[in-house]
Ligand binder design. Structure first.
Ligand SMILES: Cc1cc2nc3c(=O)[nH]c(=O)nc-3n(C[C@H](O)[C@H](O)[C@H](O)COP(=O)(O)O)c2cc1C
Length: 324
């Protein structure tokens, strides 16, 4: 099995990826959060910093592009090719309202003709390997088979399927039955599964049901427990000492890059939305972290959490995840 880290905009930037690889190695492939080129520029400062090879210490990194414009896609590919990248990923999964209303991300799934044209142009326009990360539709799953047929016209290097629709956002369970049906229809390229593999047991149940799947992409589960992939691969559970060192280095990295502690604090809070689930009886600490106005207040809350609570390496009793 190959394990990929899902791109999470605002969390899995280069600082996070590098520190994760250092303390919890085992991820086979990393993806950058999406780069969104437009008519004015290919890469914003933040996006360039995130993909620059000298800022990245992981061996296999795939930049992700979000656009419905073939020219913008190909311009971005050329810049990334010059940096040494050999594969890019097209985002056809993002469910956010502003993205979808502009027919991008999972919004494009409702327009198969336009999607077909985009794919034709990008596959004709470059020899770079292109993989796709997709949801199974915008409004409902009705067109899922048609979408897979469409993808099969092109030489994708891989198709990553998150079997929810755009309308689902992150609600409910991924549609595993449909995923199974789609899987048996796809023969031209490898398929990677993504969605709600939050704990080791979820992974075990998944592989029991779909032993033929050779790659999985994990997102929120790894942010919750940064040692999850290592734990699944080697049986070594996450321990407090390593987790604390990991946490401190991510924070330090943000402080160096952002200069302003306010931004670093904001980033850390985003991470804690998920990582708080790794700790027993965490409610009170979660509130303190959320409300912290300074790094000093934040530090006190985190120190207390590490000192007073235990790590739940097999997952929490209950997940409280944002549904949008
Ligand atoms: C905060 C957040 C940011 C995300 N950013 C991206 C992104 O930039 N590109 C992308 O393809 N998916 C993005 N996703 C979706 C994840 O990559 C992944 O598909 C989703 O979290 C489901 O996988 P999981 O259940 O393992 O977390 C994001 C999800 C979240 C929660």
């Amino acid at each position: 099995m190959k394990f990929y880290l899902a791109p999470l905009e605002g969390i899995t930037g280069h600082i996070y990826r590098n520190v994760l690889e250092k303390y919890f190695p085992g991820t086979d492939r990393y993806f950058t959060p999406f780069i969104a080129p437009d008519q004015n520029r290919v890469l914003r400062t933040k996006e360039r910093r995130d993909v620059l090879p000298e800022n990245n210490c992981v061996s296999d990194l795939v930049p992700q592009i979000l656009t419905n414009n073939a020219e913008h896609f190909l311009q971005t590919v050329r810049v990334l090719q010059e940096m040494g990248y050999q594969e890019v990923n097209l985002n056809l999964g993002c469910p956010s309202g502003t993205v979808v209303s502009r027919k991008r991300g999972s919004g494009l799934l409702a327009y198969p003709e336009e999607l077909d044209r985009l794919l034709e142009q990008i596959f004709d326009g470059t020899d770079m390997r292109i993989s796709i990360k997709t949801r199974i539709g915008r409004d409902d799953e009705e067109n899922a088979f048609r979408l897979m047929e469409l993808y099969q016209k092109y030489p994708l290097s891989e198709l990553i399927i998150h079997p929810r629709t755009q309308k689902d956002f992150y609600r409910g369970e991924p549609r595993l039955e449909l995923f199974g049906e789609l899987l048996s229809d796809i023969g031209r390229f490898p398929v990677c599964y993504n969605g709600n593999l939050l704990m080791e047991q979820n992974y075990k149940d998944f592989t029991e049901r779909f032993p033929q799947v050779e790659a999985v992409m994990l997102g929120r589960g790894v942010i919750a427990n940064p040692g999850l992939i290592r734990q699944i691969k080697t049986g070594q559970p996450t321990d407090k000492k390593t987790l604390r060192a990991f946490h401190d280095e991510v924070l330090q990295g943000y402080r160096e890059v952002f200069g302003e502690d306010k931004n670093a604090l904001f980033r850390m809070k985003e991470m804690w939305i998920y990582m708080i689930h790794l700790f027993s009886e965490h409610e009170r600490y979660a509130k303190k972290i959320r409300k912290a106005q300074s790094l000093a207040e934040y530090g006190c809350a985190v120190d207390a959490l590490f000192a007073e609570q235990e790590l739940l390496v097999n997952g929490p009793k209950r997940w409280e995840l944002p549904l949008r």
